[in-house]
Ligand binder design. Structure first.
Ligand code: CO8
Length: 270
């Protein structure tokens, strides 16, 4: 399936969908339209994933930017209420990305600043091109991150580094992003998307429910005290033993053959 929006391109590569933010004239800055279109594209991705048609999502940017932040021209005259609503829309998008039962990779091809860094952080993990630049420069504009940046950055890189980035507005390169654990991998520009697609294809071979449960348990567990998070894991681990894919995955290993996962919710035995 190929769907196109005003500021967003969508293209499927088998079970992997690449969403390309496409406002290169504004370095893919997030305005209300782009946030709405992204939210709709994530809704469609959720429906396609539920039907087994989609196994992974990649977000990337057209041109030299991933996303150079929220659209400053659009924010300039916003009232307090409008800013709250815009921030809420961003947070809704972030929550929906986390709730998808499939992996979401940010393939950061260039500038990921402000809301762009926050959008990348709302994905499950980040692959960065050698040309990528990350930062939370909102303080230079007299504001702070409003799309989860203060909180997701803190959880990803730790309090001291998040404080440094959010208070100084410093822009860091891909190597530094890798060093502090913001990016998982750094790749030459021409290998960024192929590498992200390859990782998605690898994940698409795995049991779909196991992948979805791993994502959910990791995201939810990261917010909980260790004992409660471990309980979450115990329950989720046990529940997977009622799925067809658990039977199939283990039988395939024992039979020395590739697994043929179906994603069926139960294995039909009492
Ligand atoms: N908003 C609007 N337009 C932008 C933005 C932006 N964030 N970034 C770049 N543009 C526009 C420029 O105005 C320029 O337009 P024009 O050609 O019409 O003059 C065009 O994109 C190209 O940009 P530059 O000429 O500046 O390109 P350079 O290569 O010289 O510089 C930079 C690239 C360094 C990325 C520079 O453009 C820059 O500093 N941009 C702003 C970065 C920034 O401050 N981002 C943070 C914004 S605040 C934010 O994101 C808060 C998020 C809050 C909530 C979001 C909820 C969804």
């Amino acid at each position: 399936m190929t769907t196109s929006f005003e500021s967003l391109l969508s293209a499927d590569h088998g079970p992997v969908r690449v969403l390309t933010l496409n406002r290169p004239q504004a370095l893919n800055a997030l305005d209300v339209t782009l946030v709405r279109e992204l939210t709709e594209a994530v809704r469609i991705a959720g429906a396609d994933a539920a039907e087994g048609r989609l196994r992974a999502l990649i977000l990337t940017g057209a041109g030299k930017a991933f996303v150079a932040g929220a659209d400053i021209a659009a924010m300039h005259e916003m009232s307090e209420d409008e800013a709250r609503e815009f921030s809420r829309q961003g947070h809704t998008l972030g929550e929906r990305l986390a709730a998808l039962p499939i992996p979401v990779i940010a393939a950061v091809n260039g500038f990921a600043l402000g809301g762009g860094c926050e959008l990348a952080l709302a994905c499950d993990f980040i692959y960065a091109s050698e040309a990528a630049k990350f930062g939370q420069p909102e303080v230079k504009l007299g504001v702070i991150p409003g799309f989860g940046g203060t909180q997701r950055l803190l959880r990803r890189v730790g309090l001291a580094r998040a404080l440094e980035l959010c208070m100084s507005g410093e822009i860091i390169n891909a190597a530094e992003a890798l060093r502090i654990g913001l990016a998982n991998k750094v790749l030459p520009a021409d290998q960024l998307l192929p590498a992200a697609i390859k990782t998605c294809e690898t994940i698409a071979q795995m049991g779909p429910q196991a992948v979805a449960v791993a994502k959910s348990v990791l995201h939810r567990g990261s917010e909980l005290p260790l004992a409660a998070a471990n309980s979450l894991e115990i329950d989720a681990f046990a529940r997977l033993f009622s799925t067809a894919d658990q039977r199939e995955g283990m039988a395939a290993f024992l039979g020395k053959r590739p697994a043929a996962f179906t994603g069926r919710p139960d294995h039909g035995q009492p």
